[in-house]
Design a protein around this ligand. Structure first.
Ligand SMILES: [Zn+2]
Length: 170
């Protein structure tokens, strides 16, 4: 499942790019979890996302809907925007998105528009998810780019993070 370990280090050996992912240090989903926890500490719903290409971290973000007063400031959208800025392109060809929660319909659409190669998420979201639930965005005939999808990678950890966040707010 972790293709970074397969192709990342060997494809760019000798580089010491600070954004370069050392598989021994971290992996993209662990970074996404770190972003989710940081978002939770800011009082945001704890969801985090990162965009990676060939083992290089392009962008990482956590939810900022409250802080930015922006209902579209989901972690996935922020990470996609930042990655597009980093690459100077409106398309993220060959890039992979890691997110701690199954994307909503808005983010699924953005993932499709961005032409992301792969989507990995940690916990399924029966209430707001739009990939395996609800609109099942990528399965619709009006969806013109479907990424490879790998869901439920760290279900328990992600579900626990959300549960503890909402528990203290009830
Ligand atoms: Zn979303």
């Amino acid at each position: 499942m972790n293709d970074i370990a397969d192709k990342g280090p060997n494809s760019r050996d000798g580089r010491s790019d600070p954004a370069y992912l050392d598989p021994k240090m971290s992996d993209p989903m662990t970074l996404a979890f770190a972003e989710a926890r940081t978002a939770g500490e800011r009082g945001e719903v704890p969801v985090g996302a990162v965009v990676v290409r060939d083992g290089v971290l392009l962008a990482q973000a956590g939810n900022r809907t409250l802080g930015d007063k922006d209902p579209t400031a989901h972690a996935e959208l922020l990470a996609i925007r930042a990655a597009c800025q980093a690459l100077g392109s409106e398309r993220l060809i060959g890039c992979d998105l890691y997110v701690t929660l199954e994307p909503c319909a808005m983010c699924a659409a953005a993932i499709s528009f961005a032409r992301l190669r792969r989507l990995y998420w940690a916990a399924s979201d029966p209430k707001g998810g739009a990939v395996e639930h609800g609109p099942r965005f990528f399965s619709q005939p009006t969806c013109h780019h479907k990424p490879e999808v790998y869901g439920g990678l760290r279900e328990t950890e992600a579900a626990e993070l959300l549960r503890s966040f909402f528990a203290v707010r009830r």
